[in-house]
Every structure is written in structure tokens, then in C-alpha cells.
Design a protein around this ligand. Structure first.
Ligand SMILES: Cc1ncc(COP(=O)(O)O)c(C=O)c1O
Length: 373
């Protein structure tokens, strides 16, 4: 049996009628940009997250980039984040001309280690971008406390974590700004690109509304250099169909994670993900740590199982950041994790049989490779 890491078509089939009707309605309406669906989606998103403002954008990358622009962060500034994330996080810092400063992660949660942040703060530091990786909330209390004491902004990269909670609050509403991605494989994915910025600040909302539309709040009057980062009405309409299902889908992911945990419980060679107390993880990925990871990954692929490595090269060692001269060894937990992590098939519609097949194949392959060494 072939089991992909995600099967977007299976989810589509569950909402096909509603999604097709919504798309058709947009096509027939003649209103394709910044129309009623954008407005309603922004309102529904605020309601879902319990925040004051949402601004629909073209991508999660633009949410991060425009958050930095709205906070006037740019050349000469430093932004603290993690190197164990998708490149978009540090790319956004680079787009505005600021320097990324990477802090090591906690070995077990994969997220930025708050205890290591203060040592990285300099007079140039303007913001912290915690990333709720794999749908697992960062430990936000100490991060917010550090930010407050040092007068720094907090921009939450919640691109992988819609619906995740920290102490009863949805991630993306704890810091000054929250950034979400609707890339098709995300827990709330659309059928193209899309993103959302959330904030409780009227000022940030107004700046981002202008920045997303060529730097002007009033048509044909431009106050600053902006971008074209509007979410199109077709994507907004699809997202409005999907948003009411997000808690159900996240709940299923949590059940699947529990089953995987049970299936791996007797195999001490496979380290399963943990959840911090008082957090609600939404398992964008179910990521284990295994010995002989590359060989195991290859053999799983040959057995028809679509596991993935998120991420094989940490950001401080990527060529794109070569100008800063970051050295191997400076982030040991990050670097160690890149060598052992393996994300397994995880999506709301995966079946129990498929999970059992993934688990038994993984256990068999891990044991075999260990025996060979
Ligand atoms: C952690 C993280 N940050 C940012 C992004 C960027 O989102 P997008 O692909 O919508 O630009 C992604 C997703 O791709 C992500 O996983």
C-alpha cells in the first residue's frame, strides 16, 4: 500500500460540493479582488482566533515580511528567531534588510529555547519571531516576558499552527502580530497560495492594509513603497468553506498522533514527539527521531511510505545566509535534530490501517538498520 505524507485530494472530496459552489459564485459575481469574501474571511478569522484584526494576504511569507515592515524594522536592525524552521521565516527578515540572529532550540519541543534568548539581545535587536513548528506552541510566557523587559516586538510565526493553543489562547494572538499560511498542505490549506496577519493593534492593521495594496489606503494615493499581496476572492471563498472544519480536522490529527504514540510505545529506538503542559498541539507534522535517519528515510520511500525531512539543513548553514559567517556547531540542538528528524504521514483523513502500516514498516526498518550497524 502506498501512503503519502499528505493526501489533499481526500480532504477535497469531503468538501467538494461546497467548495465548487463557492468558487462558482465568485466567478459569476464579477468581483475577484478584495471583495466580500475577503472581508468575511477576515471577520471569521478574528472570531475563530479571538483577536481584533485580521488582514488577508497572498502568503504566510508576506504576513511575516509585512509585519516587519509595519513595525519599521529594516536595515541595521536584528531580529531573533530559530534556524530550525522553513526558510520563509528568515527570508522575511532578509527581505526588509534586517539581520537574522539565530537562537538554539529546545531539543525536545523543536522550538526556540526561551532560556537562550536573552544572551542574543543587542542594542540592535528589535523583535523576536518564535515559530510554532509542526503545530507545537512555543513556550510563550517567558518569551513575552523577555520582550517586555527589553522593549522588543513579538511576531508569532504560526504558519504551521492554526488552532494550536498556549494556556487557553490561540497562537498568533499572544504576541504583537500573528502570521498564518494557507499553503495547500497546511492544516487550513487553500487551493493556491494565501496567508493572514493577525493583530490587536489598529495601527499595525492599517499599515498592513496599505502595504498589501501598493502602500496606500486610498486608491491611487501612495504613502510608501508597498507590494501587491492581496488574497484573491476565489481563495478567500475556499477558505471560508474550510474554516468551520478546522477544529474537527485538528482533533483528528491529535487522535492520529495518539495512535502513533501507542504504536511506537514499545520501540525504544523511535523517539515520539512530546507536548508541553498547558498546550494544545495541532500536529501539522508528526515528527519522530530515529537512528540512521537517511537510510531509514530511503527504505521507507522504497516501501511506498512518504516520510519527509523537515528540515535537512538548518538556516544558519544555508548559503543564503553565508554573508553572516555563521559556523557549524553554534546551534547544537538545532544541528543534531536536523540529522534525526523524520515526519510521518499525517493528515485528518488518514485511516487506522494506513497508520498501522506506517508504524509497522518504520519499526521493522529501524530495527533492521540498527542490527546492520
Ligand atoms: C514556519 C513557516 N513559516 C512561513 C511559511 C511561509 O508560508 P507561505 O508558504 O504561505 O509563504 C511556512 C510555510 O510554507 C512555514 O512553514
Amino acid at each position: 500500500m502506498k501512503i503519502p505524507i499528505i493526501n489533499s485530494k481526500r480532504q477535497y472530496e469531503t468538501i467538494a460540493q461546497k467548495a465548487e459552489a463557492a468558487v462558482l459564485e465568485v466567478m459569476r459575481s464579477g468581483s475577484y479582488i478584495l471583495g466580500a469574501n475577503n472581508k468575511e474571511l477576515e471577520r471569521e478569522f478574528c472570531e475563530y482566533l479571538d483577536c481584533k484584526h485580521s488582514v488577508a494576504l497572498n502568503s504566510g511569507t508576506d504576513a511575516l515580511h509585512l509585519a516587519l515592515r509595519a513595525l519599521d524594522i529594516g536595515a541595521g536592525d536584528e531580529v531573533i528567531s530559530t534556524a530550525f524552521t522553513f526558510v520563509a521565516t528568515s527570508e522575511a527578515i532578509g527581505i526588509v534588510g534586517a539581520k537574522p540572529v539565530f537562537v538554539d532550540i529546545d531539543r525536545d519541543t523543536f522550538n526556540i529555547d526561551p532560556a537562550k534568548i536573552e544572551a542574543a539581545i543587542t542594542p540592535k535587536t528589535k523583535a523576536i519571531i518564535p515559530v510554532h513548528l509542526y503545530g507545537q506552541p512555543c513556550d510563550m510566557d517567558p518569551i513575552m516576558d523577555i520582550a517586555k523587559r527589553h522593549n522588543l516586538f513579538v511576531i508569532e510565526d504560526a504558519c504551521q499552527a492554526i488552532g494550536a493553543e498556549y494556556k487557553g489562547k490561540k497562537v498568533g494572538t499572544i504576541g504583537d502580530v500573528g502570521c498564518f499560511s494557507f499553503y495547500p498542505t497546511k492544516n487550513l490549506g487553500t487551493m493556491g497560495d494565501g496567508g493572514m496577519l493577525t493583530t490587536n493593534s489598529q495601527y499595525i492593521k492599517d499599515r498592513v492594509i496599505a502595504l498589501r495594496n501598493h502602500g496606500g489606503a486610498v486608491r491611487y494615493y501612495h504613502d510608501e513603497i508597498g507590494v501587491n499581496s492581496r488574497l484573491d476572492e476565489i481563495q478567500a471563498a475556499i477558505l471560508r468553506v474550510k474554516l468551520p472544519y478546522i477544529d474537527k480536522w485538528n482533533g483528528l490529527r491529535r487522535e492520529h498522533a495518539k495512535l502513533y504514540n501507542e504504536l511506537f510505545a514499545n520501540c525504544s529506538l523511535i523517539e515520539t514527539p512530546i507536548e508541553l503542559d498547558a498546550t494544545h498541539c495541532v500536529y501539522h507534522q508528526y515528527t519522530v527521531k530515529v537512528p540512521n535517519r537517511d537510510e531509514v528515510h530511503k527504505m521507507l520511500g522504497e516501501a511506498g511510505i512518504g516520510a519527509m525531512i523537515y528540515y535537512p539543513v538548518p538556516l544558519h548553514l544555508q548559503k543564503v545566509h553565508a554573508q553572516y559567517g555563521f559556523k557549524e556547531g553554534m546551534l547544537p540542538n538545532t544541528e543534531d535534530n536536523t540529522k534525526v528528524v523524520l515526519s510521518l504521514p499525517m493528515f485528518a483523513e488518514i485511516t487506522e490501517d494506513e497508520q498501522r502500516e506506517v508504524a509497522s514498516k518504520l519499526i521493522e526498518i529501524v530495527e533492521k538498520t540498527v542490527a546492520l550497524v
